[in-house]
Design a protein around this ligand. Structure first.
Ligand SMILES: [Zn+2]
Length: 240
């Protein structure tokens, strides 16, 4: 249970602990910034919405154009049949009747086409309205996302600087510790959820909140030996 050589080790351990706590916090923050900067789900959804409307609009427009072309070609065929009918070249009554019937059929087909074409035009009009509204909403989102992204980037740069600074500070503190103490610290950090040391909070371990025996308290406070918390196994250090 007894480790340690001098008070300096305790100071260094405490400093190491502080650095590592900040280090972990910054690393977590950097990870979440990284994820945040990669994209905005809200913006992606708005973009998809605009795309879907544009798609629908294009298909309605092309359907409407097809109907118009078909209607024009029907008009041509109707005219031709009517000319044929009026030319007096067809004498057979059955043939005349058939021609008449075909003209009627084409006319009613054209009427139906024109009705559907008007419906499509109304639809195109409505979709153009939605497209305008959704596009505006998207652009607004894009603008605020771009501002947010800039802010995220600024913070990320700042955190990276802090990260580098802490890395150097950690290196300096590590040099103050003996190889054994450093290994012990790293070993505990790996096993104890990233926290190798615990500061006393009056008579209680600051990490696991267990009451510490008076003999241990006194050793931690007044001697330079390193002791572990009997409950959580972390190196006990004095409250500041
Ligand atoms: Zn403890």
């Amino acid at each position: 249970m007894l480790m340690g050589k001098n008070v300096k080790a305790k100071v260094a351990l405490l400093r190491m602990h502080e650095i590592d706590s900040m280090y972990d916090k910054i690393r977590r923050r950097l990870l979440s910034l990284q994820r945040a900067v990669e994209g905005s789900e809200e913006l992606d959804a708005a973009r998809a919405q605009v795309d879907a409307i544009v798609q629908e609009l294009r298909s309605a427009q092309s359907e409407q154009q097809d109907m118009e072309l078909e209607s024009r070609s029907l008009t041509e065929r109707i005219r031709e049949s009517e000319r044929n009918l009026m030319s007096g070249e067809v004498h057979n009554p059955k043939e005349l009747e058939a021609l008449q019937a075909s003209i009627e059929a084409m006319k009613s087909q054209r009427t139906e086409l024109e009705d559907r074409s008007v419906e499509r035009l109304v639809m195109v009009d409505r979709l153009q309205g939605s497209q305008k509204a959704e596009q505006a909403a998207f652009e607004e989102l894009e603008q605020s996302w771009s501002k947010r992204k800039t802010a995220l980037g600024t913070e990320m740069a700042q955190r990276k600087k802090e990260y580098v600074y802490l890395k150097k500070a950690r290196q300096q503190v590590a040099e103050m510790l003996s190889t054994d103490t450093l290994e012990l610290y790293e070993h505990l950090r790996r096993r104890k959820n990233g926290v190798a040391v615990a500061q006393l909070d009056e008579e209680v371990c600051g990490a696991c909140h267990t009451q510490v025996a008076i003999g241990i308290l006194n050793t931690v406070r007044y001697s330079d030996e390193l002791l572990y918390c009997p409950s959580c196994g972390r190196i006990l250090l004095t409250e500041e």
